[in-house]
Design a protein around this ligand. Structure first.
Ligand SMILES: [Zn+2]
Length: 201
């Protein structure tokens, strides 16, 4: 397999609350939509990610993606950024998609302190976001493994984790334990789809 290289525009991302009251403004809110409490209270949420933590996370994510599919995320640039975002999860995700997608090639990746859901991160379209507070408490490599998983949502159209076929060692398995190393494996179908998509990024 030839190596496919995907550039990353990364952001150490501070979040600021949107001031407009969002009640009743949103169309199509899903059941179970939850809000990030501090933003709801009008408080900013600094990223708190250290540059080394971001570097280490990409090293681990690349170790997995190169080993499994010969896909490398490179070059990775990371700059500080702040965004004014809605507190609710579906509005916030839409904001990330609309604002963090790179203008040119590649994937936009935001490193935030927290997200308004249980997951360690989100991924889709050409954007991934990782929540520090959800991954820092895990075992060594968990942040990078989570980053690899979210980048998997960019490379593989699998929002419901069906492609893992219930295999807990698969990178796209949904119930990931921060105390147990996920092997980060991909099956042949996932490799084919990810490489096809990576060429278009
Ligand atoms: Zn997932």
């Amino acid at each position: 397999m030839d190596r496919i290289v995907v550039p990353v525009t990364g952001y150490k991302l501070d979040l600021y609350p949107a001031t407009a009251a969002s009640g009743g403004r949103r169309g199509g809110a899903s059941a179970g939509d939850v809000s990030l409490r501090s933003l709801e209270l009008g408080l900013a949420l600094p990223s708190f990610w250290a540059p080394d933590e971001i570097t280490d996370a990409f090293a681990e994510a690349n170790r997995i993606w190169i080993r499994e599919a010969e896909i490398e995320f490179s070059p990775v640039t990371v700059t500080p950024r702040s965004e004014v975002v809605p507190a609710g999860s579906s509005d916030m995700w839409a904001h990330f998609i609309n604002h963090l997608s790179p203008k040119g090639r590649g994937v936009g990746v935001g490193f935030v302190y927290d997200l308004p859901e249980q997951e360690g991160g989100w991924g889709g379209g050409r954007v991934a976001v990782v929540a520090g507070v959800k991954v820092w408490s895990g075992i060594a490599g968990f942040a990078g493994n989570t980053l690899a998983h979210e980048l998997g949502h960019v490379l593989i159209n699998d929002p419901n984790h069906n492609s893992a076929d219930g295999d807990a060692s698969n990178l796209m398995y949904d119930r990931r334990n921060p105390r147990v190393a996920n092997a980060g494996l991909l099956n042949p179908r996932q490799v084919t789809e990810a490489r096809k998509r990576a060429l278009l990024l």
